[in-house]
Design a protein around this ligand. Structure first.
Ligand SMILES: Nc1ncnc2c1ncn2[C@@H]1O[C@H](COP(=O)(O)OP(=O)(O)OP(=O)(O)O)[C@@H](O)[C@H]1O
Length: 676
C-alpha cells in the first residue's frame, strides 16, 4: 500500500523529483506531439537570434560599410527581405506551437480529471462518509484546474525561454564576451533571490488552495438544497454568511499576498535589465577609446543591445515560470495524494461471478465489524478527515461491542503522530441465515447496528472477522459487479438524480422500454401520480428529488429497484418521514417489491414484522433474539419490550409525520409521540 505523504512546505521540494516522473507519465501518451512542439520551439528560438545579426549586417555592411564605401542598396534589400521572412516564419511556427501545446495540455488534464473521478468512484463508502464532499469537489475542480497552466503552457514556455536565453547568450558572447560579462554579472544573485521568493510563494499557494477548498466545502454545505433547508429552519443564514465572509476575506488576503510576493524582486530584475544598455554603451566607450580592447563596430553595439533587450523578457518569464511550477507541484501533490489512496474494497484477483440463477440465500457467519478510524490526509484540507484504506482482519473479538476491534494502521498523518481512537464493534459476533425468498425483519433500538449489518451484505463495508455469504459464496470472493447486480436497496432517503423521472428509473435498467417503466411504476403505486405531472415521465425531479414528496420519492425508488429486479433486497423502511396517506401507498408498493425475493428489512411497520418469516432483534451490535413474531412475544425479552413500546402492544401499525396509524386502519392525528 502506498501511503499518502505529508505536505509541509519544507517537504515539497524534497519530493519534486519524485513528482516529475508522474507528471511526465500524464504527458507520455502525447509524446509524439510534444516532440513536434519541442522542435518548433527550438527552431523559433534559434530564428529569434538571427535578426540582431541581420541588423549588424545592415549597419556594418549595407548602410554604413566599415570600409567607407557608400550604401549597398541591393544588399540592404536582401537583408530586409530576410528579416521579414524570419519574422513571418517565427510567427507561423508560434501559432502552430500554441495550438499543439494547448491541445496536449487540455487533453492530459482531461485524462487526469477522469482518472481522479474514476479512482474516487472506486473508493469505499467509508471514505465518503468521513470526507467533506466539498473537499473532494475542490480537488477535482480547483486543484486540477490549478495545474492546467503547467500542462498547457508552462512546459513549452520553459523550453522556449531557456532556448532563447541560451541562444541569445551564445550570440552575445560571439559579438563581445566583455560586454556579455557585464550583462550577466548579476544573474547568479537573481537566481538566489528567485529561489527564496519561490519558497514563499509556494507556502502561500498551499494556503490559498486550502482556503479555496474550505470555501468550496462551505458553499457545498450551505447552498445545497439540504443545507439551505437546514439553514432556514434553524435561522442560521447570518452564521453561514459570517462563516463564508471570514473564509472569503482570508482567501482575498492570500490571493493578494500570493500575487504580490516577488513583485519587488521582479521590479529589481526589470530595472537592472533596463539600465544594462546604458552600462554597455559606457563600457564599449572605454574599450574603444582604450584601443587595447577589441574593435567594436556600431553594428555590433546595436546588435548586442537588441540581443540584451531580448534577454529580459525570457529571463523574467523563466523566473516567473519556475515559481509557477513550484506552486503547481503543491497542487500535483494534492491530486496524487488522492490517486494514491487505495480503495479498501475491490475485486479479489480470483473473484468469481455470482451465478445468474442463484436463489439468494444470505448467511452471516460470526460477523464482526467496526467502523474504520478516520485519519487525516497529509495535504490536509482545513477539515479533511479522510479515511484511508486500512489493513483488514486480525486481532480483537469479544462481547457487547466493548472488546478491542482489530487495530488498523492509519496512514501516516502529521508524520505518524495520529493515534487511532479505540473503536467499538458496530456488529459483533452475528451469525444468521435468511433462506431464499424469505422476509427477514431486523428490529432493535436506534443505533443498534441494523443498518450497518445490512450494509455488509452488498459489501459496502468489509467485515473484520467472520464472513457474509450469498448462496454459499463469501461476498469477498464475488466480483463487485455481480454482487451489485444481485443485491438491491431501498434506503430511508432515496437518492434521485437531477434528471427526468424516466431517466431516474432507467438508472436501474438503461435499456428498459416505456412499457417496463410503466409496469414498475404501476407496481410501485406511483404510475398515476407520474401521469398527473405536467410532463409525465419527462418531469424533472429537481436536485436530489426535492420536487417530490417523501412518499413519492420512496415509491419511485421502489419502482427503480423493481426494474433492477435483484435477488436480494435490503429495505430500510422509513415511516417516520411519511404522512399516513403516503405511508399506506408506500406500504402497498413494498409488498409488491418484496414478493418472491429474499428481503432483509429494517422494519418500522408492525405488518412487515408480523409477516416476516424470521425476526432478528439487534442490540448494541449483537443479535440478541431471533424467531417469529409469536415466538418472540412469548419469550418476553427485548422484542416484547420494543413491541409494547413502539407498537402499542400490537395496536400501532406505524408512526408517521401526521399521526399514528393503527392496525385496524384508523389514524390518530396529531401524533402523540413521533419518536420511537
Ligand atoms: N459511518 C459511520 N462511521 C462511524 N460510526 C458509524 C457510522 N455509521 C453508523 N455508525 C455508528 O454505528 C452504530 C450503529 O449504527 P446503525 O446506523 O447501524 O444503527 P441502526 O440500528 O440502523 O440505527 P437506526 O435505527 O437509528 O437507523 C451507531 O453507534 C452509529 O453511531
Amino acid at each position: 500500500m502506498r501511503s499518502a505523504q505529508p505536505l509541509s512546505s519544507s517537504k515539497v521540494s524534497d519530493s519534486e523529483s519524485s513528482l516529475l516522473p508522474r507528471i511526465w507519465a500524464l504527458l507520455r501518451p502525447y509524446r509524439g506531439w510534444l516532440a513536434l512542439v519541442g522542435a518548433a520551439i527550438v527552431v523559433s528560438a534559434l530564428l529569434g537570434v538571427v535578426p540582431p545579426f541581420l541588423t549588424r549586417a545592415v549597419f556594418d555592411r549595407a548602410l554604413f560599410p566599415t570600409d567607407g564605401s557608400g550604401v549597398h542598396l541591393t544588399l540592404l534589400l536582401w537583408l530586409v527581405l530576410a528579416m521579414i521572412a524570419v519574422t513571418l516564419v517565427s510567427s507561423l511556427i508560434s501559432v502552430g506551437q500554441s495550438y499543439l501545446t494547448t491541445k496536449v495540455g487540455n487533453l492530459s488534464m482531461a485524462d487526469l480529471r477522469e482518472r481522479l473521478f474514476a479512482h474516487l468512484e472506486k473508493m469505499e463508502l467509508a471514505f465518503f462518509t468521513s470526507t467533506k464532499t466539498g473537499s473532494i469537489q475542490s480537488r477535482l475542480a480547483n486543484d486540477v484546474g490549478g495545474v492546467r497552466s503547467v500542462l498547457t503552457s508552462t512546459a513549452s514556455s520553459i523550453l522556449s525561454n531557456a532556448v532563447t536565453v541560451a541562444a541569445s547568450l551564445i550570440a552575445m558572447v560571439l559579438l563581445s564576451w566583455q560586454l556579455t560579462l557585464l550583462a550577466v554579472a548579476l544573474l547568479p544573485g537573481f537566481v538566489y533571490l528567485q529561489r527564496r521568493v519561490g519558497a514563499r510563494r509556494r507556502v502561500l499557494a498551499r494556503k490559498t488552495q486550502e482556503s479555496l477548498s474550505d470555501m468550496t466545502a462551505i458553499t457545498e454545505e450551505a447552498l445545497s438544497v439540504s443545507g439551505v433547508l437546514l439553514t432556514k429552519v434553524f435561522n442560521q443564514s447570518e452564521a453561514e454568511l459570517a462563516r463564508y465572509r471570514s473564509e472569503n476575506a482570508r482567501q482575498t488576503e492570500l490571493q493578494v499576498r500570493q500575487a504580490m510576493a516577488g513583485q519587488g524582486f521582479f521590479a529589481v530584475v526589470g530595472t537592472f535589465m533596463a539600465i544594462t544598455p546604458a552600462l554597455v554603451y559606457l563600457l564599449a566607450g572605454y574599450l574603444i577609446s582604450d584601443g587595447s580592447g577589441p574593435a567594436i563596430s556600431a553594428g555590433t553595439l546595436v546588435a548586442f543591445s537588441t540581443l540584451q533587450a531580448r534577454l529580459l523578457q525570457p529571463l523574467v518569464s523563466l523566473m516567473r515560470v519556475t515559481l509557477d511550477v513550484q506552486t503547481s507541484m503543491a497542487l500535483f501533490r494534492r491530486i496524487f495524494e488522492y490517486l494514491d489512496l487505495q480503495p479498501a474494497i475491490v475485486d479479489r484477483p480470483a473473484a468469481v461471478e455470482l451465478p445468474a440463477d442463484s436463489p439468494g440465500k444470505v448467511e452471516l457467519d460470526d460477523v464482526h465489524f467496526a467502523y474504520p478510524t478516520p485519519v487525516r490526509l497529509s495535504t490536509a484540507d482545513p477539515d479533511p478527515v479522510a479515511l484511508r484504506s486500512l489493513g483488514r482482519g486480525g486481532g480483537g473479538g469479544g462481547m457487547r461491542g466493548f472488546s478491542a476491534p482489530p487495530t488498523r494502521t492509519p496512514v501516516a498523518a502529521d508524520e505518524g503522530r495520529t493515534e487511532p481512537r479505540p473503536r467499538r464493534w458496530a456488529v459483533a459476533g452475528t451469525s444468521l441465515v435468511v433462506e431464499p425468498g424469505q422476509l427477514a425483519a431486523f428490529v432493535g433500538p436506534s443505533g443498534a447496528g441494523k443498518t450497518t449489518l445490512c450494509y455488509l451484505v452488498p459489501r459496502l463495508y468489509e467485515v473484520d472477522r467472520g464472513a457474509v455469504r450469498i448462496d454459499g459464496f463469501d461476498v469477498r470472493d464475488l466480483t463487485m459487479s455481480s454482487l451489485a447486480d444481485a443485491v438491491g436497496m431501498v434506503t430511508q432517503d432515496p437518492y434521485l438524480f437531477h434528471a427526468s423521472i424516466a431517466d431516474n428509473l432507467r438508472y436501474a435498467k438503461p435499456d428498459a422500454t416505456d412499457a417496463e417503466l410503466h409496469d414498475a411504476a404501476t407496481a410501485a403505486n406511483i404510475h398515476d401520480r407520474i401521469l398527473a405531472f405536467d410532463d409525465s415521465y419527462d418531469t424533472l425531479v429537481g436536485e436530489r428529488g426535492f420536487r417530490l414528496s417523501g412518499g413519492e420519492k420512496q415509491r419511485l425508488a421502489i419502482a427503480r429497484v423493481l426494474l433492477k429486479n435483484p435477488r436480494v433486497l435490503i429495505l430500510d423502511e422509513a415511516t417516520s418521514a411519511l404522512d399516513t396517506v403516503s405511508e399506506r401507498l408506500v406500504q402497498r408498493a413494498l409488498a409488491e417489491v418484496m414478493r418472491g425475493r429474499t428481503t432483509l428489512a429494517i422494519a418500522h411497520r408492525l405488518s412487515t414484522i408480523a409477516h416476516a418469516d424470521v425476526i432478528f432483534v439487534i442490540d448494541e451490535g449483537e443479535l440478541v433474539e431471533r424467531g417469529t413474531h409469536a415466538e418472540l412475544l412469548a419469550r418476553q425479552g427485548l422484542y416484547a419490550k420494543l413491541h409494547a413500546e413502539q407498537f402499542g402492544g400490537g395496536q400501532v401499525e406505524c408512526r408517521c409525520t401526521d399521526g399514528v396509524r393503527f392496525t385496524d386502519g384508523t389514524v390518530l392525528a396529531p401524533s402523540s409521540s413521533r419518536e420511537y
